[in-house]
Design a protein around this ligand. Structure first.
Ligand SMILES: [Ca+2]
Ligand SMILES: [Ca+2]
Length: 266
């Protein structure tokens, strides 16, 4: 198969994979954001690398889609990393299509080149957004291909950007982060209070998720509050940002208890 046919076949495989299952696997090989967590000020421009660790099988091509909160951080540019160009000439591009950041790179010559890592695939250049605050960095999907254009198993790891001084509590009382307040959250809150269950604190939030009255402890008061909220039209949790930090527009708490019960305000 010549080089052109190889890459035509590669594109066909890429398209097939885009429309099929995600390529993330369970192997130790991973693709990740570096640094995984970056803290910036609300006027900073900053860079985050996309890297791979040492791979079991070298890669000839890669493609991934990015996902992050565009209101909180904005992408300026994506630069090609040195890993694939070290093996030969490459074809690199990225584009923003209908809100999807699509990044592609492939070794063109020599056609049998492959990079085993570790190394940098690409560098993301960001600035803070119109409502600068924390944002996850995630891969919507990832495809790494070996020299035969077979898809490699790879684990895609998440990253995050934290804007210093921002207050954002996206999951207060929503312990399972499904955007709904319901009995699942009640059970998780009971577990957090009485059985040492998980009770995360979101990166830019001054309170843990189960601390509904934001007094710094999780106890029977918080339990009573969530029971009241879920079953007796009680008030929603106290907004930690409204107590001192800057409340982000997306965190306005509705006063309609019926709506609160059905769906957490966005
Ligand atoms: Ca929930
Ligand atoms: Ca409390």
């Amino acid at each position: 198969m010549n080089v052109v046919m190889r890459h035509v076949a590669g594109w066909c495989l890429v398209v097939a994979l885009i429309t099929g299952a995600a390529a993330s696997g369970t192997a130790a090989d991973s693709i990740r954001f570096d640094p995984a967590s970056v803290t910036v000020s609300d006027t900073d421009t900053f860079e985050v690398d996309i890297t791979v660790d040492e791979l079991t099988t070298g890669i000839h091509c890669f493609r991934f889609h990015l996902d992050f909160n565009r209101d909180n951080i904005q992408l300026i540019d994506i630069l090609e990393g040195p890993l694939l160009p070290a093996e030969g000439s490459t074809f690199f591009f990225w584009k923003d299509t209908s809100g999807i950041y699509d990044v592609f790179n492939c070794i063109l010559s020599p056609s049998d080149g492959a990079a085993a890592g570790p190394g940098v695939l690409a560098t993301l250049q960001f600035t803070t957004g119109v409502t600068p605050c924390s944002s996850p960095l995630e891969f919507e999907y990832v495809i790494l291909q070996d020299i035969d254009l077979d898809s490699l198993s790879v684990t895609a790891l998440k990253g995050e950007v934290i804007v210093d001084g921002c207050c954002d509590c996206p999951y207060q009382a929503d312990l399972n982060t499904d955007d709904v307040w319901d009995a699942v959250d009640l059970n998780l809150l009971i577990s957090a209070i009485f059985f040492n269950g998980a009770n995360p604190q979101d990166p830019s939030c001054p309170a843990r998720r189960a601390d509904l009255n934001v007094d710094g402890v999780e106890d029977a008061v918080d339990l009573n509050l969530i029971i009241g909220m879920l079953f007796f039209n009680g008030p929603p949790p106290v907004d930690p940002c409204a107590l001192g930090g800057t409340t982000t527009p997306s965190r306005v708490v509705t006063e309609d208890a019926e709506d609160v019960w059905k769906e957490r305000p966005q």
